[in-house]
Ligand binder design. Structure first.
Ligand SMILES: NC(=O)C1=CN([C@@H]2O[C@H](COP(=O)(O)OP(=O)(O)OC[C@H]3O[C@@H](n4cnc5c(N)ncnc54)[C@H](OP(=O)(O)O)[C@@H]3O)[C@@H](O)[C@H]2O)C=CC1
Ligand SMILES: O=C1O[C@H](COP(=O)(O)O)[C@@H](O)[C@H](O)[C@H]1O
Length: 490
């Protein structure tokens, strides 16, 4: 199969926070890979910004080291890395100070490329300050794009304040709020599955679907990120953004077109149709030492922490399509497997003609986000050779790696797709400001209720199955979570 990589025009990308973890682990490898496959022209300029003094040679050496560490082997040979580094410039600039801004402006204006983008890979507390400075100094020109990392605010009020400050300098069409889950192949495939196939859409409603499960389980803990995480917790870190975005893509009505506003309008309608979360339909957990793993509180260096490292909840969407179909969401750190998946559980056949042997369960459609991206349809078939009609549940399995062969290798991480979308000016896979606010409006009251309750999150064993109460959340509805298959962490 041939690769469909459309080259973009040369662009100028300023990365604030070029020395940071995210820039090294995700942004640089993403750009380097797209450069190596010829999508990014060599006239592109990548301008790194941070506070340290660095010579050009030192900066290039640091970037080369980061690539050596984080770029998957075989993605780009030495000559290609060398050519890629020729795109790099460095500006020493403390975004809270006055120095360096003019140098950045002069560099950008020296021989400007048609597209100018600013990637804010710095602490969220700096987002508003940087965007206002870019706007007021004229460094951000008409049509410039600004990319904001997550978290977008800490609650509804802070998200509104940030939106207001951003919009004082940028139009909404210039603002790209990253949610890297939207860049994952299977998440995009969810839209292809629903809207490029006629098969599923007629079944995609409360008449045929019993319930939906969304699982994001991680084996990683919070070591090294405790400062941020202990003030956030799983609800803010994962549910308000990634999981709600995935839920929206499952639940939204077909947009009229696959363009930014059509898709985002439909997602927003889903968020607005969510019933307020009842605290009794939520579970929060915090891992304790177990199975050789340390406790959350040790990792957070906060012996009294009340922050949740796991959440499970039952959501209800009050509209014609989804009335009576629960959406169960669960996420947690330090669980026994690293798995992200969606399960659409269909209802059992309405009438059983096999009176002696009823198939145990209805069909299930499973979309695996990671690892081993793919789609599985659980079917019921007749057990071969058995006397009479006895049934087996078997998978109709499609692994992207097997089906698409070499083509999946070229995809790289979710950031690649999203960064290239910024350069192309396509906002479809980015959150709009009103979506981010609506998502906060949904989770804020539960976070407040948890805090008011004064109750400790339920302890669960590190590297175990998660809080017991999450199982009970399902059992009391006569349902079960899909078993998480243990696979080595990616
Ligand atoms: N790391 C991750 O896995 C993820 C990160 N994010 C988000 O990405 C953003 C960056 O995170 P991360 O890379 O982990 O953070 P780091 O702390 O590793 O990096 C922060 C960067 O900001 C720079 N910086 C800090 N203060 C200033 C300043 N006053 N002026 C100029 N530059 C400054 C630092 O450079 P220096 O100190 O050299 O000046 C450094 O390059 C955050 O918003 C985070 O929430 C989102 C999802 C995942
Ligand atoms: O944004 C975040 O996502 C990661 C999980 O991302 P994944 O692509 O590895 O599934 C999570 O670990 C982190 O806490 C959160 O900030």
């Amino acid at each position: 199969m041939s690769l469909n990589i459309n080259p973009v025009e040369a662009f100028d990308l300023v990365v604030f926070g070029i020395t940071g973890d995210l820039a090294h682990r995700k942004i640089l490898p993403a750009l380097c890979h797209r450069f190596s496959i010829g999508q990014i022209p060599k006239e592109t300029r990548i301008i790194g910004v941070a506070r340290g003094e660095k010579s050009k040679e030192q900066f290039h050496a640091e970037m080369a080291e980061a690539l050596d560490k984080h770029l998957p082997k075989g993605r780009c040979d030495d000559q290609c890395v060398k050519d890629f580094l020729d795109c790099f410039h460095y500006v020493k600039l403390d975004v809270l100070g006055e120095d360096g801004w003019q140098e950045l402006k002069d560099l950008l204006n020296e021989r400007p490329n048609p597209v100018r983008a600013f990637y804010l890979s710095v602490a969220p507390s700096l987002f508003a300050e940087i965007s206002v400075r870019l706007g007021k100094s004229g460094i951000a020109t008409e049509g410039s794009r600004i990319v904001l990392e997550k978290p977008f605010g800490h609650d509804l009020q802070s998200a509104k304040d940030l939106n207001a400050r951003l919009k004082s300098c940028f139009d909404e069409c210039q603002i790209y709020r990253i949610d890297h889950y939207l860049g994952k192949e299977t998440v995009q495939n969810l839209m292809a599955l629903r809207f490029a196939n006629a098969l599923f859409e007629p079944l995609w409603n409360s008449q045929h679907i019993d319930h939906v499960q969304i699982t994001v389980a991680e084996t990683l803990g919070i070591a090294g990120r405790g400062g941020y995480y202990d003030h956030a917790g799983a609800m803010r870190d994962m549910v308000q953004n990634h999981m709600m975005q995935v839920m929206c893509l499952i639940a939204m009505e077909p947009p009229a077109r696959f363009d930014a506003d059509s898709v985002r309008d439909e997602k927003l309608k889903v968020i607005k149709a969510l019933d307020p979360l009842d605290i009794r339909n939520t579970v929060r957990g915090q891992y304790r030492a177990g199975n050789g793993g340390g406790s959350y509180r040790e990792e957070a260096e906060n012996p009294d922490s009340m922050t949740e490292s796991a959440v499970a909840l039952k959501a209800a969407i009050s509209n014609w399509r989804w009335s009576g179909v629960p959406f169960y969401l669960r996420t947690g750190k330090r669980l026994r497997a690293h798995v992200s998946e969606i399960m659409i559980k269909f209802k059992e056949p309405p009438h059983n003609i096999f009176e002696q042997s009823r198939p145990a369960e209805g069909n299930a459609l499973i979309l695996r986000l990671q690892p081993g991206e793919g789609i599985t349809l659980m079917m019921t078939i007749k057990e071969p050779g058995s006397g009479g009609m006895r049934f087996l549940r078997v998978p109709l399995d499609m692994s992207f790696a097997e089906t698409l062969g070499g083509r999946t290798g070229v995809l790289g991480n979710a950031y690649e797709r999203l960064i290239m979308d910024v350069i192309r000016g396509d906002q479809t896979l980015f959150m709009r400001g009103d979506e981010a606010e609506a998502a906060w409006a949904w989770v804020d009251p539960v976070i407040a209720a948890w805090q008011e309750s004064g109750e400790r999150p339920q302890p669960y064993d590190a590297l175990g199955s998660g809080p017991e109460a999450a199982l009970a959340l399902m059992h009391r509805d006569g349902r079960e979570w899909r078993e998480i298959e243990t696979e080595p962490d990616a």
